[in-house]
Ligand binder design. Sequence first.
Ligand code: 13P
Length: 342
Amino acid sequence: MGQNELHETARALVAEGKGILAADESTGTIKKRFDTIGLESTEETRRAYRDLLFTTPDVEEFISGVILFDETIRQSSADGTPFPKLLESKGMIPGIKVDNGAKPLAHAEGETVTEGLDGLRERLGEYRKLGARFAKWRATYSITDELPSEYCVWTNAHALARYAALCQEAGIVPIVEPEVLMDGTHTIERAYHVTSRVLNALYTELFDQRLDIEGTLLKPNMVLSGYEASSRAGVDDVAEWSLHCFRKHVPAAVPGIVFLSGGQSDEDATAHLNAMNACGPHPWQLSFSYGRALQAPAIKAWAGKSENVETAQRAYYHRARMNSAARSGLYAPEMEREAVTV
Ligand code: 13P
């Protein structure tokens, strides 16, 4: 596969009005989500839940691609169609989470480094055969008065770039996800400085390791006040600080910035994306790659019961439609109350 196919895939993932569904929760994380509805997490309940999402009628109007977990990329819809084939047939690009999670970083209390590089070349080859056209690797950074350390920032940037280079070698678009966690009492200024340091290190490593930047996507946190801060920045301030940060640190060659929701409420995640797009045009597409902010109302509506599948699909379709509107700054909170129809 030539470079242009990587560019095309990256651009297709941030096509106008569209964004990505992150449905790549690891077995541990999806169990936590199922615990909230009192549902046992088994291979079959996980499959049924993903089937519900992927077969939602017409959601492909708003969803360009779906990130899958290792188990999910090998599973099939109720009619026997493998999930990657099902997604492709609906015009959604299959993707795969390939990191093995954030593990304690040696000699750095309270900090993590993401693992999964060993054997990655072989795994990418297999995932591509299974239909994956893009991948995701998430690094995490905590904010305290002292953290993150330079050691943590650069170690994770190095690993993200090694992962990304292996993806491009395999003909897979790498989504690089450096997530500065928003737990804590920090101010939005502090989040801005930390996110800036993280992005500066990331793009230094990506250039040093010879990445073709136009064949990558960035999945960052938005710049927010800490969730436990005494006074929290409003929607316009979030948009302003975030845009200030990305304009300084994200090259214009990056086709798109696809945000994670990171524990924001689903409506906050939509409103913030909308406010940023309302200030456009920007050098890159500003889109979404949400997990919780796309799925939370659907999982609650489903509650593990087959009779609720349609209601859950309507809830997912609605959130996808709201975020699609936010892609062009045309979202308004009143739209939340409009009739939800599939
Ligand atoms: P959230 O939107 O729930 O943060 O998940 C996105 C994601 O893929 C995290 O890696």
